[in-house]
Design a binder for this molecule. Sequence first.
Ligand code: R5P
Length: 327
Amino acid sequence: MLLLEKARMKTLKGERVRLFSGNANPALAQQIAAYLDVPLSKALVSRFTNGEVQVRIEENVRGNDVFVIQPTCPPVNDNLMELLIMIDALSRSSARTITAVIPYFGYAKQEKKTAGREPISAKLVANLITVAQASRVITLDLHAAAIQGFFDIPVDNLYAQPIITEYFQMEKKLDNGGIVVVSPDAGGVARARSLAERLNATLAIIFKKRPRPDVAEVMEIVGDVKGKVAVIVDDMISTGGTLVNAAWRLKEEGATAVYAAATHAILADQAVDLIVKSPIEEIIVTDSIPIPAYALRAKFKCLTVAELLGEAIRRNHFNLSVSKLFT
Ligand code: R5P
């Protein structure tokens, strides 16, 4: 996706900017660095023999705008600790600002209490990032937008949807008018409605229930799917249960083909196998989290969010508006 005319933009070359990566998604960090034409800065991010995270920043960052690229995907706690300790090290090294670039924000599903005596883990994680001395957060498709309010520092919550829309419009060229965009649960309706508008499609909503954690059951579908190409859109795929159950049900209800799109491919447990055996023809995900090679050989199509995140970094450094990237 061409977000801007590269020839005319102010580049980060020669600017007091440093990009760092933890171990969560170095390939994405490399691509962001390539987009910005700035090399990744050197840091040791390793483990002591006792298992604790060891960090040493190996370049001078004094007075620089520093960006730490680290999704908090599995292994969630390790990646989160790397992020926190890197921010701490950069703060103690006199960076001017420290932006945590978190393409996938882990613990986001625990953003409210659903029963007594439960934590609000997303708030705790927000506190940890703030206390570590981050100045700002750039993230992507937060599971719940309200998590932005858990921070007392600025949060840019970007959306992968323009990239996904462009893929459907330019590459797949699905039959306009014969498409129904499906939200696999009530929480995703706004996301699905927005994609439906962009694709000139109708909307359907699945009501699901979770009899226990990580188990999803389809209860009913509201909306007409018979004779249409269904595109299920979600923010993340964890066990794959939500998508796969939705896909089988859509086929039963007469959808002619089923596609799916989700920003964050966590792909826990047997998710890839489940999806491969499902009626989903193709599943579009992003590289916010590293995708295993065997998934890419199967039905998965991975779109990069490197330009989007890189552009948000560039705009933050030059104090330019980021909201253009939301549309
Ligand atoms: C739930 O609210 C989310 O938007 C996803 O639908 C869910 O996290 C997917 O999980 P799984 O793949 O385990 O069904």
